[in-house]
Design a protein around this ligand. Structure first.
Ligand SMILES: [Fe+2]
Length: 133
C-alpha cells in the first residue's frame, strides 16, 4: 500500500493506493460500486499547471487539455491502471454561483450548458428529493 498527500494535511487531501495483482486492471467504465474519477482542488491555475508538469515529468503523459467545465477548469490524468484523476481549479470567471445567486444555490438542478440537451434524460435517472427552505 502507498499513501499520498497533496497539499496540506486537511481532510480529502490523502489517497491510499493498494496493489491488487489478481483482479483485472482498472478501466474507465462506470458501474455500480466503482468510482469514475478522483478530483483534486488545486486552488490556482499556476498550481494546476505545476502539478500537471510534475505528473507529465514522471512519465504519465495521458493528460487532457484544459477543459472548461463552467464551474471549474480541469485537466484529466489517466493512469496506466485505468484510474482517472482530475486536477481542478474553480473557474476565475465562474465558480458555483456563476449561473445563480448565492441565495439560490442548491435549490435548482443546475448543469453546464453542454449537458442541457440531456437534461430530461439525466433528470429521469434521479430519485426525487424534497428540499426544505
Ligand atoms: Fe470531477
Amino acid at each position: 500500500m502507498a499513501r499520498f498527500r497533496l497539499g496540506s494535511d486537511a481532510h480529502g487531501n490523502w489517497v491510499e493506493l493498494r496493489g491488487n495483482r489478481t483482479d483485472e486492471q482498472g478501466t474507465w467504465r462506470f458501474a455500480v460500486y466503482t468510482y469514475h474519477h478522483f478530483a483534486w482542488n488545486l486552488d490556482t491555475l499556476d498550481n494546476q499547471e505545476a502539478v500537471k508538469f510534475d505528473i507529465e515529468g514522471a512519465g504519465y503523459t495521458d493528460v487532457s487539455e484544459l477543459k472548461d467545465r463552467t464551474y471549474f477548469k480541469s485537466h484529466y490524468v489517466r493512469t496506466p491502471g485505468g484510474a482517472l484523476f482530475e486536477l481542478a481549479v474553480t473557474h476565475e470567471d465562474g465558480g458555483w454561483d456563476c449561473d445563480e445567486s448565492p441565495e439560490e444555490l442548491g435549490k435548482q438542478f443546475m448543469i453546464p450548458p453542454h449537458f442541457e440537451q440531456d437534461r430530461e434524460k439525466i433528470m429521469a435517472q434521479l430519485e426525487p428529493i424534497t428540499v426544505e427552505d
